[in-house]
Design a protein around this ligand. Structure first.
Ligand SMILES: Cc1cc2nc3c(=O)[nH]c(=O)nc-3n(C[C@H](O)[C@H](O)[C@H](O)COP(=O)(O)OP(=O)(O)OC[C@H]3O[C@@H](n4cnc5c(N)ncnc54)[C@H](O)[C@@H]3O)c2cc1C
Length: 361
């Protein structure tokens, strides 16, 4: 096993950086640097918390299945499970649903769909597909499990440390500064989410065209709420999704609007428009917004994560571009990346599909 001479430096304290750091801590030294004063402040605290094996391109689907298996293993350490079964149902035109209903998703009749989600008007969609392997995840507990594992394995987590400069010393080590402190590392992992390209540029690494896209979600009260164990329902045309929530209904307009890397804020008019759309298509009778938020989903041009050593700059490891799949692929990607960093054989080899050197990036 390769043992780095210096702690591996992980930049970013979202689900990507935390899950990788928790995977390698114990086998090698690790220091995680997070710019904000708390972990998971950006996209990782703003998700819909759903893991959907039928969602995404094939490599993402494989990583999702692997992630579910790995999270089920770590649930043994927890007082209660963090994965709760919640089917995922896609509704839309025959053509749109047929295109996406494969693998873990199978077609269901309109009558079956209406029995699962009676709030859906049967006249509003032509076809439905169902993924019964999908689960909701308590992502707060997952993030905290990783934090605790890093710390109990001797890793260090430093918040309020924005990496703002990097240089290479004669012996090939990186010198990185963050929050006025200086760190030395043989290997740096770029898990900076929406800031992954600007962070790469700091290290003199070619950017990969990683684009952040806004996505909004809200918890809204409903006059006629769906069953607590009802499915997450999404339009195949990506115009909305909703699912039951303890405080009401979680809804999203499923938008993907390009954004600079920033602390994204929701626009109340987007929520108002969405409530009116969902009310026109369902009997949910959505009303008052309990809370709303916007996060950034950051993607490469081909929609696949960018994971692996940079092909031109030694000691720089990409862990970025997780888009809308960051939680559902987290443990699978961390397991793969840890194997690569520690010189082991990965269980699931996604090196070709996710390579930072692939065509088009
Ligand atoms: C509305 C919405 C719904 C979603 N729903 C789901 C879902 O149901 N299932 C799912 O799997 N995914 C979902 N996602 C996507 C998922 O949330 C993301 O893929 C995931 O959180 C990305 O994690 P990350 O660690 O890469 O990024 P982040 O959580 O953004 O973490 C990156 C961190 O890097 C830090 N950083 C940046 N620059 C520096 C620097 N220079 N120095 C130090 N630190 C730095 C940032 O402060 C940040 O904390 C959703 C996203 C949104 C917005």
């Amino acid at each position: 096993m390769h043992k780095a001479k210096t702690p591996v430096l992980v930049i970013g304290g979202g689900i990507a950086g935390l899950s990788l750091a928790s995977r390698i801590a114990g086998d090698t030294g690790v220091i995680l640097l997070e710019a904000e004063n708390e972990l998971g402040y950006h996209t990782s605290s703003r998700s819909a918390r759903q893991l959907i094996p039928s969602y995404g391109p094939p490599a993402v689907q494989d990583l999702t299945v692997r992630t579910l298996a790995l999270i089920r293993e770590l649930e043994a350490d927890l007082p209660e499970p963090i994965l709760v079964p919640r089917a995922f149902m896609l509704v839309g035109t025959e053509e749109d649903v047929r295109d996406r209903a494969s693998g873990h998703m199978y077609p269901v009749t309109i009558a079956e769909a209406a029995a699962l989600a009676p709030e859906l008007g049967t006249g509003t969609f032509e076809a439905a597909g169902l993924d019964t392997t999908s689960v909701s995840c308590n992502t707060d507990i997952l993030l905290d499990w990783h934090r605790a594992r890093i710390e109990s394995s001797g890793g260090r987590i430093l918040t309020g440390r924005r990496v703002d400069s990097a240089s290479r010393t004669g012996d090939g080590l990186w010198t990185v500064t963050a929050g006025g402190e200086s760190f030395t590392a043989e290997i740096v992992v770029n898990a900076a989410g929406a800031w992954a390209d600007p962070v790469a540029a700091l290290f003199g690494v070619r950017e990969r065209g990683l684009q952040p896209y806004r996505r909004t979600a809200a918890i809204v009260e409903a006059g006629n709420p769906p069953a607590a164990d009802g499915p997450m329902v999404a339009s195949a045309e990506d115009t909305f999704y909703y699912r039951p929530d303890l405080e009401g209904v979680l809804i999203s307009p499923s938008e993907a609007v390009p954004s600079p890397a920033e602390d994204a804020r929701h626009r109340p008019e987007d929520i108002a428009e969405l409530i009116s759309l969902v009310n026109s298509l369902t009997g949910l009778e959505l009303g008052r917004t309990v809370r709303a938020w916007t996060g950034l989903r950051t993607e490469a041009a081909d929609g696949l994560p960018v994971v692996g050593f940079d092909d031109a700059v030694p000691g720089f490891y990409w862990l970025a571009g997780q888009g809308g799949y960051g939680f559902q692929t987290s443990s699978g990607i961390a397991e793969f990346a840890a194997a690569r960093l520690l010189g082991r054989d990965p269980v699931l080899d996604v090196s070709g599909a996710l390579s930072p050197a692939r065509t088009g990036l």
